[in-house]
Design a protein around this ligand. Structure first.
Ligand SMILES: *[C@@H]1O[C@H](CO)[C@@H](O)[C@H](O)[C@H]1NC(C)=O
Length: 226
């Protein structure tokens, strides 16, 4: 096998492993507030929540193709609750590359939604989809640090299949809330960092052993030639 073929197959391996996409938003948790009584159907906004004790959800999100006016026409809303005020968090969305999609993630305070007609309309639409499946759950739990998360999704593929172009299938995603350690390091990266440190330490010792072994063979070799 020649070098070119080797490099080619290595590259193919690399391309095969890169099969998932991710998009994220980083933010500081706001100061605590009491959730206002939200009008119908916004009271369903809280039926999908992420909290420090429920860090990820798996969902099937609706998507639509961009229109001439708007890149994003479908959105899903979530509540991020019981956050630690002032702490840095990130929310990631991960999806399989076999479902090409453009996502945009943004966070808003409840007041921002109530004051902005566009946000209000989008949030209401998203909440209405939950209507049959769940109870209102913005129950009063006193003051807490809360943000709402808007996920906008646009299908990003082309096919000659008319059915698929008119009704793009929902995209399976993982939505993950990741608190930062000391506001600098995403805690989900900790195992990876630990693994790399482990490898570095083991590598250091093994290289030391190999080095002293090489030195000893070189010096015994010298004695023989003398
Ligand atoms: C188009 O896609 C749909 C949904 O995946 C499938 O059921 C249908 O057979 C496809 N049509 C053609 C002509 O391939």
């Amino acid at each position: 096998m020649n070098l070119l073929a080797c490099v080619n197959s290595l590259f193919a391996l690399l391309a095969a492993t890169v099969s998932a996409n991710t998009e994220k938003v980083i933010f500081l948790a706001p100061s605590p507030q009491t959730l206002p009584d939200l009008p119908y159907p916004l009271d369903r906004l809280g039926s999908d929540t992420l909290t420090p004790s429920n860090l990820s959800v798996r969902k099937s999100l609706p998507v639509a193709f961009p229109t001439i006016e708007d890149l994003y026409t479908v959105e899903s809303w979530y509540l991020l609750r019981s956050l630690n005020p002032g702490q840095r968090y990130e929310v990631r969305i991960c999806w399989a590359a076999i479902q090409p999609t453009e996502f945009r993630l943004e966070v808003f305070s409840i007041n921002e939604i109530l004051e902005n007609p566009d946000l209000l309309q989008g949030a209401a639409k998203s909440s209405q989809r939950h209507q049959e499946t769940s109870e209102a759950s913005t129950a009063d739990t006193g003051a807490e640090s809360v943000f709402s998360l808007r996920i906008q999704a646009a299908a990003a593929f082309f096919t000659t299949n008319q059915t698929l172009m008119q009704h793009p299938p929902p995209v399976n995603v993982d939505i993950i809330l990741d608190p930062y350690l000391a506001n600098i390091f995403p805690s989900s990266l900790l195992p990876t960092a630990g693994y790399i440190c482990c490898l570095a330490v083991i590598g250091w010792y093994i290289s030391g052993i190999i080095w002293s072994f090489l030195q000893s063979t070189v010096s015994t070799g010298k004695i023989h030639t003398d």
